[in-house]
Design a protein around this ligand. Structure first.
Ligand code: OSB
Ligand code: MG
Length: 372
C-alpha cells in the first residue's frame, strides 16, 4: 500500500492520579500520535517518548517530533509497503530514536492489518484472546497511602502489583505490602535508582519472594546487572537497558537478568520486538509487556503484543480509568476481575475506534504531509 499521507498530533491528557517514579512525577500524559493514510484506511501509532524531558530515556516528544518530521516521514511517505518488517531498513541510516521510529512503523502495522481485515494480534502471531495484566503503583507520600492504594487495586481485581522504589523507599514499603498480602504476585521497579553499592540493601528484598526487581541499576548498564544478579535470589528484569537486539543478546550472554520488560517503543517497533521475543524465548528468558501510561492507541497495541507466546508474566497494562477521565479512543479497556486479564480487541488492526474530536480537544501541535 502506498503511504499517501501522514499526520502527527501532539496531545496532552490529564492523569487521574499523579505518577511518581524515581526519575520524577507526571501529572499529565503527553504523546505524539501518528496517523498513516492509504486507500481510505488509517493506521494509528503512539510515540511513548517522555513529555517532561529525557528522564526515562533520552527521547522526548520534542526530539521525536524533530526526527519524525525531518528524517523518518520523508523516508516513509510515498513508499509502497506490503510488509511492515521492511520499514527498519528504510530508517536504518537514522541512529537511535527508537520511540520515534516505533510510532511510525507501528502505525503501518495497524494500517496493513486493517487492509487484510485481521487483528494486529493475528498478524503478529499472537496465541491468546485475553492477556494477564497488573498495575504499576507510583511512589506515595506515606506507607499508609501506599497500602491504601495497593488495597484499592487488589479489591478492583488486579492480581499482580508492581511498586516503584527508590533509595529510602524500598524494603519497608514492600515488607508492609507483603504482610497484608502474603500470596499476591508482587514486584518492584527502581528505574535505575540504585548502584552496586546497594547490593546488601537489595538482598534484604529476597525473603519477600518478589516476582522480580525491575531495572535496579544504570539505564544503560548490563554488566553491573549481571554482577548484581549473581548475588540475589530474586530474578532481575531489565527495562531501560534493552534498546534493541544487541542489548537483549548481551543480557542473555552475560546472564544479566532472567526477565525482559518489553516495550515496543523502547526497541524501535514491532519488527524488533518480534525478533527480541524469539531470541528471548529460545534462551529461556521470560517476557512481559511494559507500559508507558499510553492512551488507548498505545494500550491497544500493547494488548495485542502481549498475546505472543513468550509473554508469560502479567503486563503493566491497566484499565483506562486508572489513567484517564476520558481517553482518545473507544471503548475503554476494562479489567476482567475474575482472572486479572484484559480482553484483546477483536476488530481489525488495533481494534479500537479513535475519536478525532477528542484528539482535537487535547491537541497542542499538528503536522500534515502528503506524498507527491
Ligand atoms: O518503568 O515501567 C516503567 C511508566 C512510565 C515510564 C516508565 C515506566 C512506567 C510504568 C507505568 O511503570 C506502567 C503503566 O503504563 O501502567
Ligand atoms: Mg520499568
Amino acid at each position: 500500500m502506498k503511504i499517501e499521507r501522514i499526520e502527527l498530533h501532539t496531545i496532552k491528557l490529564p492523569l487521574v492520579h499523579p505518577f511518581r517514579t524515581s526519575f520524577g512525577e507526571e501529572t499529565e500524559k503527553g504523546a505524539v500520535l501518528t496517523a498513516v493514510y492509504s486507500q481510505g484506511l488509517t493506521g494509528w501509532g503512539e510515540c511513548v517518548a517522555g513529555s517532561d524531558g529525557p528522564l526515562y530515556s533520552s527521547e522526548t516528544i520534542e526530539t521525536a517530533w524533530y526526527v519524525l518530521t525531518n528524517f523518518l516521514i520523508p523516508r516513509l511517505l510515498g513508499q509502497d509497503i506490503s510488509d511492515p518488517q521492511t520499514i527498519p531498513a528504510l530508517f536504518k541510516a537514522i541512529r537511535g530514536h527508537a520511540m520515534a521510529k516505533a510510532s511510525l512503523e507501528n502505525a503501518v502495522w495497524d494500517l496493513l492489518a486493517k487492509a487484510q481485515d485481521k487483528s494486529l494480534s493475528a498478524v503478529l502471531g499472537g496465541v491468546r484472546d485475553r492477556v494477564e495484566v497488573g498495575v504499576s503503583i507510583g511512589i506515595q507520600p506515606t506507607i499508609e497511602a501506599l497500602l491504601a492504594r495497593v488495597n484499592k487495586f487488589v479489591a478492583e481485581g488486579y492480581g499482580r502489583i508492581k511498586v516503584k522504589i527508590e533509595p529510602g523507599w524500598e524494603v519497608e514499603p514492600l515488607r508492609r505490602i507483603r504482610q497484608g498480602h502474603p500470596q499476591i504476585r508482587l514486584m518492584a521497579d527502581a528505574n535505575s535508582a540504585f548502584t552496586l553499592a546497594d547490593t546488601p540493601l537489595l538482598q534484604q528484598l529476597d525473603p519477600l519472594k518478589l516476582l522480580m526487581i525491575e531495572q535496579p541499576l544504570g539505564y544503560d548498564d548490563i554488566a553491573d546487572h549481571a554482577r548484581l544478579q549473581r548475588q540475589l535470589a530474586t530474578p532481575l528484569c531489565l527495562d531501560e537497558s534493552i534498546h534493541g537486539l544487541a542489548d537483549a543478546q548481551a543480557m542473555i550472554d552475560l546472564q544479566a537478568g532472567k526477565i525482559i520488560n518489553m516495550k515496543v517503543g523502547r526497541v524501535g517497533g514491532f519488527t524488533n520486538a518480534l525478533k527480541i521475543h524469539d531470541m528471548a524465548q529460545a534462551a529461556g528468558i521470560a517476557m512481559w509487556c511494559g507500559g508507558m501510561l499510553e492512551t488507548g492507541i498505545g494500550r491497544a497495541a500493547n494488548v495485542h503484543l502481549a498475546t505472543l507466546p513468550n509473554f508469560i508474566l502479567p503486563g503493566d497494562i491497566s484499565a483506562t480509568d486508572r489513567y484517564f477521565h476520558e481517553d482518545i479512543a473507544d471503548p475503554p479497556f476494562v479489567l476482567n476481575v475474575a482472572d486479572s486479564t484484559m480482553t484483546v480487541p477483536a476488530g481489525a488492526g488495533i481494534g479500537v475506534e479513535v475519536r478525532p474530536e477528542r484528539i482535537e480537544k487535547a491537541r497542542v501541535r499538528y503536522y500534515n504531509s502528503s506524498a507527491r
